[in-house]
Design a binder for this molecule. Structure first.
Ligand code: BG6
Length: 496
């Protein structure tokens, strides 16, 4: 049955009425993701408790303008159940409050509003630059707006190094304990990423073969055709390594590489992910030269449309920021001894295309008389643009006259197999915050371990003065790290 016609019965046991206060409440993230996520979960009947939304703005609130911006994102979705009344009802839940500075006086309206709802949990979503996190957290506490049931949600960039990330954390922990902090990585809320857990731990078949004895290499690719959009100043201080690898790609790697957790309890899962991050082999001045490639895009064409170079996009002609990274990572533990994990990500690539490929080893001995090459099995988990799983296996070509074979894909197309609507990653993550489930959020020690590894790369790039390789926009990236649709099947990758 189509999910649009029915109300699913969700377990609402752990839900408590809440106020969600979004700092940066008129910003891009809030309008495109946070409010629509709440709207859709409510439509699906998952939030059948009282709640209020406060959008904190720095300017005088202009409700009309705000709603004009928001409504298209509520309407423009694949959720067909809503109609005008539902949008109206939802908008009534939103109150805009101006806070110009992090002072007790400026917080008085927020305080008065929140205090009207004793017994509600207060969720503070810091959708602001991280430099504002400390002052906001301190003022909330000073205004007596943080109690045991309060939560705080934060987004990257959580620093640009281990030290700066720790400093941000120290500021937040002045008001919130670790069990109240939700560090979002939206990749963990994606359906296919969630399915990775089910695929690995609900199927005996794969888990038995999930090790260096049977797996040759693993590839994790997130290629984007978008450029830096309106985020030039943020992006130019981060680059592809910090923007994508430090968080999304390493989190995907953790889910692929971790040991089976004892249960899905938050700390059980996070303990296993932490072990993987700690086992990552640090890179050094020598190994970054052979095991990493960084690149920057020049002008090119995407879908026939001419696009600017990165330097033109950011209007800063001397920038050395990388917009592409390809690298080989090793998880130095028993299970993954010497299995390379190839990570690749870039902006302004030929298309939006993300996948995880598990390349199994070749069969030990070819018994077939033709001795034609037997391709190795591959499990391909496609995240974008379509969500799909394929198992590539050798299959006999029908007909007499000896054995002829070729690789055929066994396909599970998510959209065809499940007629459900695919919720946006934020829908799942925000619901988890409301009900207090931290499984899909990074713990501070995970973040530290990820930074320690990433710093081994940034420091080595610096000390070896490693340069960007230029690549044309609309391609698969620098020649050294070539990837194309067919080659995503390859076993060996660049520089091998
Ligand atoms: C964000 C990055 O975290 O993820 C962006 O800051 C990137 O640069 C985005 O474009 C990609 O997310 P998705 O879900 O579109 O793959």
């Amino acid at each position: 049955m189509n999910a649009n016609n029915k109300k699913t019965n969700y377990n609402t046991e752990r839900f408590q009425s809440f106020n969600i206060v979004v700092f940066g409440g008129d910003g891009d993230l809030a309008i495109r993701k946070i409010y629509p996520a709440l709207f859709h979960r409510d439509l699906d009947g998952q939030i059948n408790i009282d709640y209020n939304i406060v959008g904190v703005t720095r300017k005088d609130p202009d409700e009309k303008d705000f709603f004009e911006k928001l409504i298209p994102f509520l309407e423009n979705s694949d959720h067909h159940r809503y109609h005008k009344d539902e949008i109206e009802k939802f908008l009534k839940k939103i109150k805009l409050i101006k806070i110009a500075d992090a002072t007790i006086e400026d917080y008085s309206e927020l305080r008065t509003y929140i205090k009207q709802f004793p017994g509600f949990q207060n969720i503070y979503y810091f959708s602001t630059p991280s430099s504002a996190f400390g002052p906001i957290a301190r003022t909330l506490k000073a205004c007596d707006l943080v109690d045991e049931t309060s939560k705080v949600v934060i987004e990257k960039p959580l620093g640009y190094s281990l030290e700066s990330s720790n400093a941000i954390n120290d500021e937040i922990t002045q008001a919130f304990d670790e069990h109240q902090i939700y560090r979002i990585d939206h990749y963990l809320g994606k359906e296919t990423v969630q399915n990775l857990m089910v695929l690995r731990f609900a199927n005996n078949l794969f888990e038995r073969a999930w090790n260096s004895e049977n797996i040759d290499s693993i590839q994790i690719t997130v290629s984007e055709s978008l450029g830096v959009e309106k985020r030039a100043s943020y992006y130019d201080n981060s680059g592809a390594l910090l923007d994508m690898v430090q968080n999304h790609l390493l989190q995907l790697l953790c889910l692929v590489a971790m040991e089976p957790p004892v249960s899905l309890e938050a700390d059980e899962v996070r303990n296993e992910k932490l072990k993987v991050l700690r086992a990552l082999r640090p890179l050094n001045k020598k190994s970054v030269q052979t095991d990493t490639v960084k690149g920057q895009y020049t002008r090119g064409k995407i879908n026939g449309i001419q696009v600017n170079s990165y330097l033109e996009d950011i209007e800063k002609y001397e920038s050395k920021t990388e917009t592409f990274v390809a690298m080989k990572a090793y998880v130095d533990n028993w299970r993954w001894k010497n299995v390379p994990f190839y990570l690749r990500t870039g902006k302004r690539m030929i298309k939006r295309y993300s996948e995880i490929v598990i390349n199994f080893k070749e069969v030990r001995h070819n018994i077939f008389p033709s001795k034609e090459k037997l391709n190795n099995n591959k499990l391909i988990i496609r995240l974008q643009p379509e969500e799909r799983i394929e198992l590539i296996q050798m299959t006999k070509i029908p007909g007499p006259g000896g054995y002829r074979y070729k690789p055929i894909a066994l396909k599970l197309d998510y959209v065809d197999s499940f007629k459900e609507r695919f919720p946006d990653a934020y829908e799942r993550l925000i619901i988890d915050v409301i009900r207090g489930n931290q499984t899909l959020f990074m713990r501070q020690d995970e973040l530290q371990a990820a930074w320690t590894y990433i710093e081994s790369i940034t420091n080595s790039w610096k000390s070896s003065n490693m340069q960007n390789v230029l690549y044309e926009a609309g391609t698969w990236g620098p020649g050294d790290a070539v990837l194309n649709e067919n080659e995503s099947w390859i076993t060996k990758s660049w520089r091998e």
